[in-house]
Design a protein. Structure first.
Length: 82
C-alpha cells in the first residue's frame, strides 16, 4: 500500500496558495459537493425502487382469528415428562 502522507502533503502545499485567494466569508460546496449529493440521491432512489419491489412480494393477508372453543394444534406450555 503506497504511503499517502507524501501525496497529501504535496496536495496541501499546492492547494494552500489557492485557499488564500478564496473569500473567507463565502464558502460554497462546488462541483464536488454537487457530485456527492447526486450520487447519494441516486443511491436513495435505487434503494427506494428495490424496497418497493420487495414490498410488492409481501403478503399482508392476516390469518383468521383463532376460535377460543377450538383447542390449539400445539400446546403453549411443554408437557412434563414422567
Amino acid at each position: 500500500m503506497p504511503d499517502m502522507s507524501a501525496s497529501v502533503s504535496l496536495a496541501v502545499t499546492h492547494l494552500a496558495p489557492l485557499a488564500k485567494e478564496l473569500d473567507e466569508n463565502k464558502v460554497t460546496p462546488g462541483v464536488l459537493g454537487f457530485i456527492v449529493f447526486a450520487v447519494m440521491a441516486l443511491a436513495v432512489w435505487g434503494l427506494m425502487k428495490s424496497m418497493s419491489k420487495h414490498m410488492r412480494k409481501v403478503d399482508f393477508k392476516e390469518s383468521p382469528a383463532a376460535d377460543p372453543d377450538r383447542p390449539a394444534d400445539r400446546p403453549t406450555t411443554p408437557t412434563p415428562q414422567p
